[in-house]
Design a protein around this ligand. Sequence first.
Ligand SMILES: [Zn+2]
Length: 468
Amino acid sequence: MRATFRLLVLACALLGVAPAFAQTAPQPAPLPDRVARNLPTLQAEALSSDMALETVTDLVTQVGPRQAGTEAEARAREWAVAFLRRSGFSNVRVEPFNVPAWDATREEGAIIAPIQQRMVTAALGGSAPTPAGGLEAEIVRFENMAALEAASESAVRGRIVFIDEHMMRTQDGSGYGAAVVKRGRCAPVAQSKGAAACIIRSVGTDDNRFAHQGGQSRQADGASLPAASISPADADVLTRLVARGPVRVRLNIETTVTENAPSGNVIGEIRGRERPDEIVLMVAHLDSWDLGQGAIDNGAGVSIITSAARLIAALPGQPRRTIRVVLMGSEEIGGLGGAEYARVHAGDTHVAAAESDFGAGRVWRYRWRFDEAAQPYAQTLRAALAPLGVVADANAQAGGGTDLRGVNAAGVALVDLNQDGASYFDAHHTANDTLDRIDPAQLQQNVAAYATFAYIAADTDWVFAAPN
Ligand SMILES: [Zn+2]
């Protein structure tokens, strides 16, 4: 402690006032006896249960990749309905909606001059096809989107734009927000300057030879350029060649588009014994990109939230309130399932909500968004999560994820259980998103954290945020 600070604290103590910077968090509200008794059992069960690993294993084995609006996503819904029913959920149902489905049936890229070398290439979601047989053009390289935005049309016209921006590796995944801009914006901006196509260094943190898929803003911007990502190793090759002279690349992309393809959200509930109309909501998405298996994104989330609910259902007696799990469709093409859920369920009483969509790394941080009067409950949750190694962070409020955007906008109380994302973007949206990326012990810790939140919210009558 610095001397001046110590003096100030001493002066405040003598005057009987608390210095503003020394304000302490409110005392935790005591848990009802039954909840306090059950919570250690619930956490111990979660930390030793194979339930989540079995669930994600079954999903990626029985269904595999399941791109939004495809027949594979429809099979994932069938799998989910059967799984929820046999796992004891009630009110299991599909809430259908339609989406513009897009699929790549060919996604090839190659350097053709001054050397010939194939590039590991993934068409970006919503990409236009190339002309039949592909297109060839000279590369023009930019360090980032800002450089492309600033470029003259004469530098870009007729060429294939290459955005070479790297992504920062961070524990909280915050590097993604900056890096993903090029995925959404490259094609429309390149198109406005007369480019032939757009390729980007994959939005990812690995240095492997996997390309990262992902959506772009074609639908919003009406862009019609072919757009693709290439693996980090191939981006390195391009960069070295461009430094030595002109480089020509061939892209060959074929796609199918179905404007009104079926998608849907799958819902299951653990009904509350006293207040069944008050809902504690947990969401994860069922769809995935299709190069990998959709294990970390987001089979993990599906397994975490459903296991948390099942372990609570296995406690003696039902919780007071209803726990609802929603396995969202078509998250990857713009959070369409989450938007549909918020629209259909705007009149429901949501007590609190949490989303799992950041892989299976251990939960390290807890954030919340509660009313002022509910801050003691936030401290109860903090204390309950602490034995799991989760730290509370009051510096920012919880914000949910893509599938909670609509629920978030409606002012529902939110809890974020942030997973360690330091390695998440190594395999995210790649062929390497496979079951072996999931660490069973870390998956169990996730289940324990989500179960802790859902149980405390569902087996009390606490109000976390006043209804709108
Ligand atoms: Zn996801």
